[in-house]
Structure formats: C-alpha cells, structure tokens
Design a protein around this ligand. Structure first.
Ligand code: B12
Ligand SMILES: Nc1nc2c(ncn2[C@@H]2O[C@H](COP(=O)(O)OP(=O)(O)OP(=O)(O)O)[C@@H](O)[C@H]2O)c(=O)[nH]1
Ligand SMILES: [Mg+2]
Length: 398
C-alpha cells in the first residue's frame, strides 16, 4: 500500500481528478449526476463515464486519466462483488493509490459498507451527509494520498507524463515551439476535430476509432479530448460518455480541461500531443476541441500551417440558416467537413445549404453526411476512408 499521512502531497495548484461511473446493469445515474455537479463546484475535474460501466473500464479510465479517485454510485445490489473486482483491477494495474468512494442510498447496508472497506473502498456515503461534507471528506482523503513517483510503464507512464505537463503549465516551452516540433516530426496521423458543442464530435471520433480497430489489428489509437473548465477551476470532462470503443485496450483516451485557456483547447494540448506521438505507441491520434463558436480556430488553421495533419469540422443540422453558415470560419479552413445527425429531419435542408456553401468556398470540398449515433453508418465509412487516405504509416509501422 502506498498511503499515509507522511506521504508527499500533490501540488495544491493542480485540480484533483476523479473518474465517476455507475456499474454494469445499473441505470441509476441521477445521484452521480448530482455528485458530479457538486465536485465540479468544489474545483474537481470530473471525468464522467456514464452508467453500465464494467470494473475493468473504470480502472482503465482511472489509469489513463491519472485520477486521484474513483466515485461509483451503485444501486443494483451487486456492490460487494463489483467493488472487489474494481479493487482487483486497480491492483493489477498498479493503481492502488487511487482512492475509491461509493454511494447508493437504498441498497448498500452498513454491514456491506464494512465489507467494502476490506475491498479497497475508502468511504461509503449514505443519505444524511451533506453534499458539501462529502466533497470536503473526499478532498481530505485525497490530500493525504501518496502519489507514486517511481518509474511507471505503458499507459500509466504516458498518463503521468501528461499530468506533469499540465502541472508545468506556464513554465513549459512556448506552445509555438511545440507546434513547430510536431510539424517537423514524422509520426502518426493526427486529426484535429472541432465543431459546435453537442454536434457529435466524440460520438463520431468513437465510430472512427471503431473502424481503425477493425482495419488495423494490433495497432493503437489515442484520443485527447478537451472540455471547458468552469471559472472556479472544476470541470465536467464528459467526452468519455460517448466513447464506447475507448474501452478497448488498444485505445488510450485522455480528457484535458482547458484550465482557463480560451482557444478551445487546453494550453498543454500541443505538448500533450508531442508526448503521445513520441511514445511511439500510436498510429492514429484524435484531438477533440471543446465546442467552438463561429470564429473558433483551435488548431491554428488561419494562423499559419496547422499543427495537426488534418482538421475535421463537425456540424449538426441545427446551425440556424444560410447566414450562419457564411459566418463559420472553419468551413473555409478545415480539410474535411461532416454534417452529423443526418437522422434529424432538418438534415435534408442542411445538406443542400452546406453543399452550396462548400462549393462556393475558395477551396471547394465535398461534404460527408454522417449519423454517428448509428453503428455501421456508410457515411462514417466514407469519412474514415477520406481521413486516412494518402497518409504514410508512421515509421516502424507494419
Ligand atoms: C430514483 C430511482 C429509480 C429511477 C432512476 C432514475 C435515474 N436516472 O437515476 C428509476 C425510476 C428509473 C428507477 C428504475 C429502476 N429501479 Co430504482 N430506485 C430509485 C430510488 C427510488 C432512488 C435512488 C436515487 O436516485 N436516490 C437519490 C440519491 C441522491 O440519494 P441516495 O441514493 O440516498 O444517495 C445519497 C448517498 O448515497 C450519496 N451517493 C450516492 N451515490 C454516490 C456516489 C458517490 C461517488 C458519492 C460520493 C456519494 C454518493 O449521495 C446521495 C445524496 O445524499 C431507489 C430507492 C432508494 N431509496 O434508494 C430505487 C431502487 C434503487 N431501484 C430499484 C429497482 C429494482 C429499479 C428497477 C430494476 C425497477 C424495475 N423493475 O424496472 C429499475 C432499474 C433501472 C436501471 N436501468 O437500472 C431498487 C433496487 C433493489 C436492489 N438493488 O436490490 C431500489 C432500491 C428500490 C427498491 N426498494 O426496490 N429507479
Ligand atoms: N440523433 C443523433 N444523435 C447523435 C448523433 N451523434 C451524436 N449524437 C448524440 O448527440 C449528443 C452529443 O454527442 P457528443 O458526441 O457528446 O457531442 P460532442 O460534439 O462531442 O459534444 P461536446 O464535446 O460537449 O461539444 C449525444 O447524446 C449523442 O448520442 C447522430 O448522428 N444522431
Ligand atoms: Mg465531445
């Protein structure tokens, strides 16, 4: 065990990170939604996985997200077995330093709570404890955690490197130099994905990941998913909710909070991308921006040569009208444009308006109509083919 009051404390300026979820065969997500909001309010970065989550998926996420804690809301009655398995998964991954917290009002008894304590659960919360008190107790428990400082391997090592970059924010070499470095180096195909909030960026990335996993056996893919920090420092990092295929061992998925950066990405996104590329582990990397507005340009398309190989812009059918389309800068700068949610009745008009808009652009490009919410969508197949077309495999790739 690597815990104790004498342990080295994490730098106070770095927000605490927690992975939250509801277990397999359990759809009771209303309590965890409340807990998520409270933790964000208390300055935590909350990586929410959603409901129906396997113990292995939660443990993997905790490692890749370099989380200080895991919070699980359990109502299905299987908590004793589930938390034992979660702890076994954490131990197998060398992640016993992650604090596990649980709750589940009507189902976890006081006797069970004692048993859970023997399965690595640090605290079970019941109704009666105020939300404020829960958040404070969890923070206090995490404050005394000894974060491992020794050598790590695999995803854990990469996850810690990314956290170190986040902690160094402000002391790092300028992002400009990182971007230059990426542009000069040969490496995996890197795709920047931008678009308005809720357009389906994460869902679409997940479907593209699924195609990569099928077509490139044995190869790995990484996703760096950016989400906005709240003014108080907390953040709800929710891109993993849409990432079903990220549960595959060949996927490395890391959520990055913007921590006050207004460009649509975390300030450390270029450095994080460098680290992911330099690991030599991946053949394809997606960088998802936060939901952007009409003048958004997270990947520097208009500021000079962009630091990703391709920029994919994702738009939903409810963008407004033709005038709004004229205003969206990235429709002129992105390499590929997807109109997602084509199952929406507004998609027919949107397709016609967008096709006309792209044809009249100085750099005419085709439109890729997609339905990311549908598995095996042929529009996503065509988008994937266009995305990877013409890219030389990374050095050392089979
Ligand atoms: C609301 C509810 C539902 C809603 C869920 C809505 C949603 N999206 O979450 C609906 C109606 C959909 C529902 C459906 C079902 N439910 Co229901 N449901 C409940 C109910 C009434 C309340 C649960 C709840 O949300 N409480 C509100 C929270 C905020 O309060 P709390 O649980 O006390 O939690 C506190 C602490 O524990 C803590 N906490 C909780 N989680 C966490 C996590 C962390 C990290 C932390 C720090 C703290 C923390 O914070 C809370 C605030 O104080 C419970 C009965 C009960 N009294 O618990 C049954 C209950 C859980 N449901 C039950 C059942 C059987 C079902 C169904 C199977 C019914 C059916 N046959 O269809 C389905 C299954 C749905 C599914 N897909 O899983 C059973 C479970 C029995 C069991 N496990 O043996 C219960 C216990 C009711 C019963 N007595 O039979 N349910
Ligand atoms: N009907 C429909 N819904 C979709 C489609 N693609 C995604 N969605 C849903 O749209 C919602 C938002 O999807 P996300 O993938 O999280 O969107 P996003 O652009 O990543 O959102 P942010 O990261 O918050 O900006 C989710 O409920 C998805 O299930 C689609 O093709 N059709
Ligand atoms: Mg997203």
């Amino acid at each position: 065990m690597t815990r104790g009051r004498k342990a080295a404390r994490t730098k106070p300026s770095a927000p605490r990170r927690i992975v939250t979820a509801v277990p397999l065969c359990d759809g009771h997500d209303s309590a965890i939604t409340t807990i998520n909001a409270e933790l964000v309010h208390h300055g935590w970065e909350v990586v929410y996985l959603g409901y129906h989550q396997a113990a292995s998926a939660i443990a993997r996420a905790a490692v890749q997200e370099d989380a200080h804690a895991i919070g699980v809301s359990s109502y299905n009655g299987g908590h004793v077995v589930f938390f034992r398995e979660l702890w076994a998964q954490l131990v197998a991954r060398g992640a016993e330093d992650v604090a596990v917290f649980a709750g589940g009002g009507g189902t976890i008894t006081a006797a069970d709570a004692k048993r859970l304590g023997r399965s690595g659960v640090r605290r079970v919360f019941f109704a009666g404890t105020s939300l404020d008190e829960m958040a404070k107790t969890m923070r206090d428990e995490v404050e005394v955690l000894r974060r491992p400082t020794g050598a790590a391997r695999g995803d854990r090592a990469l996850a810690r490197t990314l956290s170190a970059l986040e902690r160094m924010d402000g002391e790092r070499p300028p992002a400009k130099r990182e971007r230059e470095k990426i542009r000069r180096s040969k490496g995996p195909l890197t795709v920047g994905v931008a678009g308005p909030g809720g357009a389906g960026k994460s869902t679409l990335i997940d479907e593209l990941v699924a195609r990569f996993l099928r077509k490139e056996p044995g190869r790995r893919v990484a996703v760096l998913a950016n989400d906005p920090s709240h003014p108080g420092g907390g953040a709800l990092l929710g891109d993993r909710v849409s990432a079903i295929y990220a549960q595959d061992e060949r996927v490395f998925f890391r959520s990055l909070a913007t921590r006050g950066n207004a460009s649509g990405l975390s300030r450390v996104a270029p450095a994080a991308l460098s680290a992911v590329r330099e690991s030599g582990e991946f053949d394809l990397v997606f960088v998802e921006s936060v939901g952007i507005g009409q003048d958004g340009d997270p990947f520097g398309v208009f500021a000079g040569p962009t630091w990703v190989d391709r920029v994919l812009f994702v738009l939903p059918p409810h963008y407004g009208g033709r005038v709004q389309l004229e205003k969206i800068a990235l429709l002129d700068g992105a390499d590929l444009i997807a109109l997602n949610k084509c199952d929406d009745p507004r998609a027919t008009t949107a397709k016609a308006e967008l096709t006309a808009r792209l044809a009249s652009s100085r750099t005419p490009r085709p439109l890729f109509p997609t339905i990311a919410a549908r598995h095996e969508d042929t529009g996503v197949d065509e988008l994937y083919a266009a995305l990877v077309e013409g890219h030389e495999p990374a050095e050392g790739a089979a």
